[in-house]
Design a binder for this molecule. Structure first.
Ligand code: SF4
Length: 361
């Protein structure tokens, strides 16, 4: 069949020469494109997407080919370990009080953006504790305004956020996730999620309102553990109407909440897989629920610590790489233990820009 291609092309060439020279080029142009397409197909080739945004999902953040560097599509930067709460199962504890100078943190974020980062999540510890949220606000604005990241988000316990912060920085933030493990204040106190007279649940309602007023997508994170596993949260979650309700199974990490050198002992919070399934089953009518079992959680997050080192959780503890500030992203990420397949399986890539969420504020 491929023999017909040059014959047809030669015939067209002859007929084209019978026309005036001025129309010669316009006659031939479609045929050149047709011939190029046919030869391409014959060779079994197809154009390869190069731009980052055109990468198919299976390639984004992948280690597919031997030489393919992992792309840090979505990164969680735990820039501080300090926190005002004392949750008994905390798995990122206050082992240091170090926070990078702002200029260094920005340099690292730029390196990540150049390596393909599309989403940054700021976490802790409690990210609003350092410099009363100003440090965090400046990073949020930098990531949106100067790096142009599609998604900038924060995970916080919510207790230190003031309305002024939304006024100054709300426009640069896509998603605010607030941790809430129970709507029973007594249970929150048992867990360690509380501060004297402050009511965690009342605070959650206030933050929900500010998110609506300042157009920030509102998300809730809950850790299911021994003290809340029998709770029914359907009505309260539906009333708060978050864009996503992330439901985690309490996880043990050696050196953080388990083992000799850990600051927490979380064994008494742990629940079985069956108990976790029971909680999910009771809440299955809540459409925004996104479950995360221990198996899904491990290795499916790119975690950067306060020194901008990737933390590898493959061995049940957090083993740090070298800092991206010293060796670059490509070198450090090799030691991250990141499992991109699990990242995609747990729905790690979702609509994460508030512009695309089409929210009815
Ligand atoms: S609020 Fe978060 S960082 Fe703070 S103690 Fe609780 S789990 Fe840990």
């Amino acid at each position: 069949m491929w023999m017909l291609v040059p014959i047809a092309f030669a015939g067209k060439l002859l007929s084209a020469f019978q026309k005036p020279l001025s129309s010669l080029w316009s006659s031939l142009v479609p045929w050149f494109f047709w011939l190029r397409a046919v030869l391409w197909l014959a060779g079994g080739k197809s154009p390869q997407p190069r731009a980052r945004g055109l990468l198919p999902e299976s390639r984004a953040g992948a280690k597919e080919g031997l030489d393919q560097p992992t792309i840090p599509t979505s990164v969680n930067y735990h820039f501080t370990r300090q926190c005002n709460y004392k949750c008994g199962f905390c798995f990122h504890t206050a082992k240091t009080s170090f926070v990078l100078p702002l200029a260094e943190a920005k340099r690292g974020l730029r390196l990540l953006q150049e390596a393909g980062m599309e989403k940054i999540n700021f976490s802790g510890g409690e990210p609003f504790i350092h410099d009363r949220g100003e440090y965090l606000g400046k990073l949020v604005r930098f990531c949106k305004e100067e790096l142009g990241l599609p998604s900038v988000s924060i995970v916080s316990n919510g207790s230190l956020i003031r309305e002024r912060w939304f006024q100054n920085y709300g426009e640069y933030l896509d998603i605010l996730a607030i941790s809430c493990d129970s709507f029973d204040e007594q249970v929150n106190v048992l867990i360690g999620r509380g501060q004297g007279k402050k009511n965690h649940v009342e605070n959650l309602q206030k933050l929900r309102t500010w998110c609506r007023d300042y157009r920030v997508a509102f998300k809730i994170n809950s850790v299911i553990n021994r003290f809340n596993v029998d709770e029914d949260m359907r009505e309260q979650i539906k009333a708060l109407n978050p864009v996503r309700w992330k439901v985690f199974q309490c996880l043990l990490i050696e050196g953080e909440n388990s083992g000799e050198d850990a600051l927490r002992e979380a064994q008494r919070f742990v629940i079985s897989d069956e108990e976790f399934e029971g909680f999910l089953d009771r809440h299955k009518e809540v459409s925004c629920l996104v479950p995360e079992s221990n198996q899904k959680m491990r290795d499916s997050y790119l975690i950067l610590d306060e020194y901008m080192r990737f933390l590898n959780c493959q061995n049940g503890r957090k083993d740090p790489s070298k800092s991206i500030l010293d060796v670059g992203v490509e070198e450090a990420i090799k030691f991250s233990g990141f499992d991109e397949k699990m990242f995609l399986k747990r729905g790690g890539k979702y609509v994460w820009s508030k512009a695309d969420l089409k929210l009815d504020w």
